[in-house]
Design a protein around this ligand. Structure first.
Ligand code: TRP
Ligand code: SF4
Length: 402
């Protein structure tokens, strides 16, 4: 069972268009595991989509709903995870603006994805304030829920590092409080003797030995306390470190080991490379796409032995096939014992086996936008409950309390 000791997870996916097998194996399968173990918030980042697509937003609603239908079809469970659309929780936008006040320009210009993406998407005009602020919006997404962990791929690590820096700066600027230490000690007295002693021990271990585990244990201990006010909770959270209240806790990355899903041509699967198999693709299209995949170019005739290492079909077998099938491909390819059509046939079967049930469920959802809409409204309501509280605290310490 999930309880309050369990950390909160937040993750967003940019609304871009159809999902492909790369998203499925890279992100969604990971979400399916996380939703069983953590309190999860998964959202469709429609505002992030706009940072690069503002000139031609297209039908954002249709795209977002179709993406969410794919999540649901793949098994993301609205009874476990909160699923919502970013712009339906306007607190994201509001926190983004407030955080932008304290974010130095130089931090943003230094984020490696900023230059990279601008070069990659050279055909678009990305000399905009919104695009530069992409990672501030992402920080708001995360800090709004005081997430402990954020599952991300390697490419998003710099964004998460920036989120941590923004949180630190925020706490430094606004977590100062007159008589902080006295108030923290008074709060400590409310914990009861045993818990207070434990807390002091964790604090010492962290401060004297840099023991990260002690930090986690202290947090867990605080989360168990039912009698603490929010302010005391923040004081004690901060007192572990030193002299500031922690209003926005720093999230940690949960680096996911993502299998590299290569596309039909052997490059990374990506919509812009036109080498994708989409989630819920029809059986006929899956078959057609795999059948026309290039293979080892040296294997011209059926009798020529091949080398799976240079063949995109093998790259997909690595993800889709069991040990025996993989051995069969390796042996059969290198000895010319099997033909490429045999090899592809096995792959087609495996992908179809995985996709058929997803496709069916996706169709049910696609045909019932009301159902998706209900799920998204519930998700947004739940998200707002938390978002509203955080925003109120942020506004208060920034002097916006009327
Ligand atoms: N930037 C992320 C990506 O491109 C998407 C994203 C937006 C996100 N907000 C987030 C991911 C918050 C994790 C947490 O993949
Ligand atoms: Fe590629 Fe399979 Fe043909 Fe070998 S047998 S070249 S792995 S498709």
């Amino acid at each position: 069972m999930k309880n309050e000791l369990i950390e909160r997870i937040v993750s967003g996916m940019r609304v871009t268009g159809r999902l492909h097998l790369g998203h499925f194996h890279g992100v969604i399968k990971n979400w399916l595991e996380l939703q069983n173990a953590y309190e999860c918030f998964f959202f469709a980042a429609d505002l992030h989509g706009l940072t690069t697509n503002y000139e031609n937003p297209g039908n954002v609603k249709q795209q977002a709903f179709s993406m969410v239908a794919d999540w649901l079809a793949a098994g993301v469970n609205p009874n476990q995870a909160k699923i919502f659309i970013q712009s339906w929780v306007p607190e994201h936008t509001e926190l983004h603006l407030l955080l932008s006040m304290i974010t130095p320009l130089s931090w943003l210009e230094r984020v490696p994805t900023y230059k990279d993406q601008k070069e990659k998407l050279a055909e678009k005009d990305l000399d905009t304030y919104g695009f530069l602020g992409y990672p501030v919006l992402m920080s708001a997404d995360i800090l709004l829920y005081k997430a402990g962990l954020v599952p991300v791929g390697e490419d998003q690590i710099p964004h998460l590092e920036l989120t941590r820096e923004i949180a630190r700066r925020f706490n430094h600027l606004y977590g100062q409080e007159k008589g902080f230490a006295e108030k923290a000690l008074a709060a400590l007295n409310k914990l009861g003797k045993k818990s207070a002693a434990l807390y002091q021990d964790f604090r010492r271990r962290f401060q004297e030995q840099g023991d990260k585990e002690a930090l986690t244990l202290a947090e867990a201990l605080l989360n168990q306390q039912k009698n603490l006010t929010l302010a005391d909770h923040e004081r004690l959270r901060g007192y572990v470190f030193g002299t500031n209240k922690i209003i926005l806790p720093e999230p940690a990355p949960l680096l996911t080991k993502v299998p590299k899903v290569s596309g039909l041509d052997g490059q990374k699967m990506s919509k812009s490379y036109e080498n994708s198999i989409f989630l819920g693709e029809s059986a006929a299209v899956i078959e057609e796409k795999v059948k026309t995949m290039p293979t080892d170019p040296a294997r011209v005739r059926r009798n020529d032995p091949g080398n799976p290492d240079v063949c995109p079909v093998w790259s997909l077998h690595k993800i889709y096939s069991d040990k025996d099938t993989k051995a069969w491909v390796q042996e059969g390819c290198r000895s010319a014992g099997i033909g490429c059509l045999d090899c592809k046939g096995a792959l087609i079967k495996a992908i179809e086996k995985e996709q058929a049930p997803i496709r069916e469920r996706a169709q049910e959802y696609q045909q019932n936008p009301q159902l998706i809409s209900d799920i998204l409204h519930d998700g947004a309501d739940a998200a707002r409950e938390i978002a509203r509280d955080t925003l109120a605290e942020v506004k208060e310490v920034m002097g916006l309390e009327y």
